[in-house]
Design a protein. Structure first.
Ligand code: MGD
Ligand code: SF4
Length: 745
């Protein structure tokens, strides 16, 4: 049995504080307050600038507080290029994070009472002293490198500073190997630039937008959704490739209901049509392209007829859509997507997408991709970081194109292995719920079991917190300072986050936690300020503004310095690739033994009686972090299992019927889910929204609601280029009898 038993944080009766109902209902019900805010009856409401952390689009917002200091509303900042004054429903509901009565309230330390593992409340000093002493221990026994940081979002950057000061670069975040990594590798190898966030897609001026497994609209990335809706109004053609009729697909002229896992075949066939029908942008490719001859030879036999047999998309449909893209070019975007870890050949699929954009001349052209720019935030004075002996790079060294830590490799490396030169003995996990985020739960449990010491810093009693030795309650983004936002966009801008309200309970910001631990480790010189406000003040002054000014405006725009958004006609331009051109053929990949041009490889098919497990986003939620949010749970509190009517007939299932899932490895879902019979999903797949199925009872709204897709993902297909974990090769069968009958969960 596991040494590190999962502790339900409610065990000590710490809970009991009812969820506050002071949060505004987001839509309509509070028009009175809305009106007041609109008219800015500002004497009653104070307005404070911040930026959102409900997802990582980081929209700048105004938070309105009443005389009692309660947050009553969040609104988008009008001048912010990330939101144009409008927050998405999740962002508006961010106030629910602050008001959630289930929040972590005090530091907790794991203890054993009468043989039972439980948590006891601790003071901040006691918890921080314990963490610092364990970090010293690990450093003296194994080296600082053996303490790892798994992080996501703003808290992660403060902890990263602590870790680097302490001497560890053993750091990873799920936004890489479980999300965007392959896209950055594929585009980096082809056009010499990462896509980054926000994506530099000029959707508002596009004439043709092609979405491949990217469901903008359900996946709410604010300005992308706004621009897509403008593009539709302006008559742009939308082509959606998805085994599911997503919201985007329903707005599309062409929905290609592709057989899952065959996208590369479609991309190759599209390239075939563009090249062999002479539809590609010849002038652009002649000037900026490298290796067209090899590509032409490569795609010779990849005809639409060939692809039909693989993708189930009719040859005429493939030809027609390729011609539409070409007619709109260069104002055509084949969207790179965002969560792209699907089948293990994801960097190559992304490369194919980049190549297709290259053939159309979209990169650097209006209505295609613009040249992004961002402001570099000056570094607050500090000594240089020590150089670790090893870190994330050595752990991921099998993957030559890994440019960030690979979460899953770091977790795997924590499981003891006699030959390892890189033992990992301690973790701090900040802002990531690994249990519902990284696939292969058994591996995570084994790794956590092997740890000598384990800290979780979170705002909520999420699943991961139950395994920690010490749990630290962070305050929410509405109660703290964080780093100045600077992200790539058409025009560079910065945005301020500052406390809107006082931290509730005993919660503290991650910058403070990091500084406290740092000082206990003797790292004073790296934390030479009293308050993070001092750091921000210093940085803003260097940027030619001030904290006072930023408090008034929230967002500041800067002029572009890197040149125009788009290429001038005939302009000389060097892409940051080895050849200085868009690489249709990659000598670099060939020299490392990889395919220099993408190829289609068949992927395993569901066995008899099983369906491919497909998952995606709900517009009301971000991953697993928002499911318990009182405002957002009121809008959507569970997921459903989408199944095709044909499957419903075969299995004799009806709408709303309660079912369970069992995957190819015999893993049975902890909870049940209701069926939604719909033509919107292919007959070979089932679909559910990601993030649901929480199994921590302390999450009073989220517990037991729906099935966790992550729980059913035990098989991963690893991208050999950069270590991404392809998650979409899992198959499930549908159980109609309760498999847990007589078993207490
Ligand atoms: P969440 O599950 O939302 O996502 O991975 P995660 O970021 O781990 O967990 C976030 C955690 O951060 C929660 O425990 C939340 O309470 C905590 N948190 C929220 N705000 C704060 C804060 O201000 N401070 C602190 N300290 N903690 C906070 C996301 C990752 O998941 C990504 S980026 C993608 S794209 C992948 N998506 C995905 C998928 O679609 N399906 C499956 N099966 N797995 C996936 N994994 C990846
Ligand atoms: Fe917040 Fe929505 Fe913007 Fe994401 S897209 S940062 S959730 S308002």
């Amino acid at each position: 049995t596991s040494r590190r038993k999962f502790i339900k944080i409610s065990a000590l009766g710490l809970g009991g504080v009812a969820a506050s109902t002071s949060a505004l209902n987001m839509f309509g019900a509070n028009t009175y307050l809305d009106d007041l805010v609109k008219q800015n009856v500002a004497t009653k409401f104070k307005r404070t600038a911040t930026y959102c952390e409900v997802c990582f689009w980081k929209c700048a917002a105004w938070a309105y507080t009443n005389e009692e200091g309660e947050i009553i509303k969040l609104k988008g900042n009008e001048i912010d290029p990330h939101c144009n004054g409008r927050l998405c429903p999740r962002g508006t509901g961010g106030v629910g994070m602050y008001n959630d009565g289930d929040r972590l309230k005090t530091p907790l330390i794991r203890t054993t009472i009468n043989g039972e593992q439980t948590y006891r409340e601790a003071s901040w000093d006691e918890a921080l002293d314990l963490i610092a002493s364990k970090m010293k221990d690990v450093k003296s026994k194994y080296g600082a490198e053996s303490f790892a940081l798994l992080k996501h979002g703003s808290p992660g950057s403060h902890l990263e500073h602590l870790f680097k000061s302490y001497g560890s670069d053993t750091i990873a975040e799920p936004a890489y190997a479980q999300c965007r990594g392959p896209r950055e590798t594929g585009f980096g190898l082809t056009v010499g630039s990462w896509i980054g966030s926000p994506e530099p897609t000029d959707i508002r001026d596009t004439k043709c937008l092609v979405l491949i497994g990217s469901h903008i609209g359900e996946n709410m990335h604010n300005t992308q959704v706004q621009e897509m809706s403008d593009a539709i109004d302006n008559g742009a053609t939308i082509i959606t490739v998805d085994p599911r009729l997503s919201t985007a697909a329903s707005k599309s002229e062409h929905w290609l209901a592709i057989k899952p896992s065959t996208d590369i075949a479609l991309l190759l066939a599209w390239m075939h049509v563009l090249i062999y029908e002479n539809l590609y942008n010849k002038e652009y490719v002649d000037k900026y392209g490298y290796g067209l001859k090899e590509l032409k030879e490569h795609v010779k036999d990849f005809t639409p007829e060939w692809a039909y047999g693989i993708t189930t998309i009719k040859p005429e449909e493939i030809r027609k859509t390729a011609r539409i893209m070409a007619a709109a070019a260069p104002s055509t975007i084949i969207h790179p997507g965002r969560h792209v870890v699907w089948y293990g050949d994801d960097s190559q699929r992304e490369r194919a997408i980049a190549m297709l954009n290259g053939l159309l001349g979209s990169w650097g052209n209006r209505g295609g991709f613009y040249f992004k720019e961002k402001i570099k935030i000056p570094k607050y004075p500090q000594p240089a970081y020590p150089t670790p002996k090893w870190g994330w790079e050595e752990i991921g060294e099998k993957y030559p194109y890994a440019e960030m830590g690979i979460t899953s490799e770091l977790i795997k490396a924590t499981i003891p292995n006699e030959n390892t030169e890189h033992p990992i003995k301690g973790w701090i996990v900040a802002g990531t719920n690994l249990i519902n985020t990284v696939p292969d739960r058994e591996m995570i449990l084994k790794a956590m079991d092997a740890l000598e010491f384990f800290v979780v810093i979170d705002t909520m009693p999420m699943e991961i917190t139950g395994y920690a030795d010490v749990v630290l309650p962070e305050c929410t983004y509405l109660e703290r300072y964080d780093g100045i936002r600077s992200a790539t966009n058409r025009e560079p801008s910065i945005a301020l986050r500052q406390p809107v309200a006082k931290p509730k309970y005993k919660s503290k910001p991650a910058w403070w936690i990091s500084k406290q631990i740092g000082e206990r480790l003797g790292l004073h010189d790296y934390f030479d300020y009293n308050d993070f406000e001092d750091v921000i003040k210093w940085q803003l002054n260097k940027l030619g503004t001030s904290l006072d000014e930023m408090k008034k405006i929230g967002v500041k725009k800067f002029e572009r310095k890197s040149g125009p958004l788009f290429l001038e006609k005939g302009q000389d331009y060097e892409f940051a690739t080895n050849s200085g051109k868009i690489e249709f053929y990659s000598d670099e990949l060939a020299s490392k033994g990889f395919d220099p041009m993408p190829i289609y490889t068949p992927h395993p098919e569901p066995p008899q009686g099983y369906y491919r497990l497909n998952y995606g986003r709900s517009p009301m939620h971000t991953f697993s972090r928002t499911i318990n949010n009182p405002n957002l749970s009121a809008l959507k509190d569970t997921n459903k299992l989408w199944i095709n009517p044909k499957v419903a007939r075969i299995l004799d299932l009806r709408n709303e019927q309660v079912v369970w899932l069992e995957n190819q490895d015999g893993i049975i879902s902890t909870f049940s889910i209701k069926v939604r019979v719909t033509e919107r999903i292919r007959w070979d797949s089932v679909y559910l929204y990601h993030g649901f199925g929480h199994n921590d009872k302390k999450l009073t709204r989220a517990f037991g609601k729906g099935i966790s897709d992550t729980e059913m993902i035990s098989k991963v297909h690893i991208d050999p280029l950069m270590g991404g974990t392809g998650l979409r090769g899992n198959f499930v069968k549908i159980l109609t009898e309760d498999p847990h009958k007589n078993i207490e969960i």
